[in-house]
Design a protein around this ligand. Structure first.
Ligand SMILES: [Mg+2]
Length: 372
């Protein structure tokens, strides 16, 4: 299974709404930036990272794949994905220019493509290639109803529809207004509308500081919140440890952590309860497994952040024993041969060989961008 070609690509896919915002981002498209790796036996592996569809920075990722990683991969045996991960991630020249960020996002895309190839070569879905599903029921939680840019009325309507019509028992709502009392009022209204049995997680996207979070958590104590995600600046271990020690609301984080070492720092400090690795931000599936195992060793639940909108994480979550529930955002699923599929709040187990990352040709034609 010799690697004969590594072709980068950029797709900018429209969202289900015209645009959405959380406390720190506003986007109109999701960037699917990745690589197709072809082998001598004719197989094609697809892998990608997720971006905010900023073409200039997306091209930095594809340039890294094309100019730095492809020459290191051509002629190699694709089955050696673990060795190849080390070859790229620990390359003596490349690790000087980035052990996180652009090079790591590019590494994620390549690594996922290699795992997709391995599962396709075996003729089974990725979850089966990894060792088999641990459960027959993976519950989804809906994030797409809770954007900060939604009015309170839109928030209430969307939450009620998700619960009453689509069968979700879990939702996630964005917080992070300049005045946290607005968030409290929105959450109180949602809780009143959908009742006490539905699990509500919240996500601050790193906006607030420690005093604001402490005041917010004190006021939110009676709302029975499932977790508070990214309350503060992404790299601030100490403040998260302080908050975790002073609130009954569990802390969730990890979507902006690029390495096993970063996760170890938060877990060691007692700064996180729900661990949120992402195959598109870590160095792909290889490093995701390392983080999930680390969480398992600390008996912490793994609830991935879905930078790939759960196309790959559905396999990881059905398989890895530390997994519990999985995020659902339906922005890009229809662009894949086998879409991540939720029915009555439960993820369907993927059936096709591979990692569910094979993009439809029509999507490349319609939404593909020039690599520059
Ligand atoms: Mg988040």
């Amino acid at each position: 299974m010799k690697i004969t070609a590594v072709e980068p690509f950029i797709l900018h896919l429209p969202l289900t709404s015209d645009s959405i915002s959380d406390s720190t981002h506003n986007i109109t498209h999701w960037g699917v930036v990745g690589a197709i790796i072809t082998t001598s036996d004719g197989l094609k592996g697809y892998g990608f990272t997720g971006t905010h569809a900023h073409l200039t920075s997306d091209r930095l990722i594809t340039a890294c794949i094309r100019d730095c990683y492809a020459p290191l991969l051509i002629g190699e045996d694709a089955a050696d994905h673990s060795r190849l991960w080390t070859k790229l991630a620990r390359h003596p020249a490349l690790q000087w220019v980035g052990r996180a960020g652009i090079t790591h996002l590019a590494l994620a895309a390549v690594d996922v493509a290699l795992w997709d190839l391995a599962a396709k070569k075996a003729g089974v879905p990725l979850h089966a290639h990894l060792g088999g599903a641990r459960t027959n029921r993976l519950e989804a939680y809906n994030t797409d109803i809770g954007w900060l840019s939604f009015s309170q009325e839109e928030l209430l309507t969307g939450s009620a529809m998700a619960v009453e019509e689509d069968g979700f028992t879990r939702i996630k709502i964005k917080v992070g207004h300049d005045d946290p009392n607005i968030d409290i009022r929105r959450l109180e209204a949602v809780r009143k509308r959908i009742g006490g049995d539905i699990r509500i997680a919240i996500d601050g996207n790193g906006k607030w500081d420690l005093p604001t979070c402490q005041r917010f958590c004190a006021r939110a104590r009676d709302l029975d919140l499932y977790w508070f995600e990214e309350p503060m600046w992404y790299d601030d271990v100490g403040s998260h440890a302080t908050l975790a020690a002073n609130t009954s609301i569990p802390i969730a984080l990890g979507e902006q952590l690029y390495t096993l070492d970063a996760f170890r720092a938060f877990i060691s400090a007692g700064a996180v309860a729900y661990v949120q690795p992402d195959v598109t931000r870590l160095g792909g599936i290889t490093e995701y497994i390392q983080v999930a195992d680390l969480a398992l060793a600390h008996r912490l639940p793994v609830v991935p952040h879905a930078g790939e909108m759960s196309q790959v994480h559905v396999h990881m979550s059905y398989w890895h024993p530390a997994s519990t529930i999985l995020e659902y955002i339906p922005w890009i699923k229809d662009h894949f041969e086998e879409p991540a599929n939720v029915v009555d709040g439960i993820y369907k187990l993927p059936q096709q060989p591979g990692a569910s990352t094979t993009v439809l040709p029509a999507s490349f034609e319609r939404y593909g961008k020039s690599l520059g």
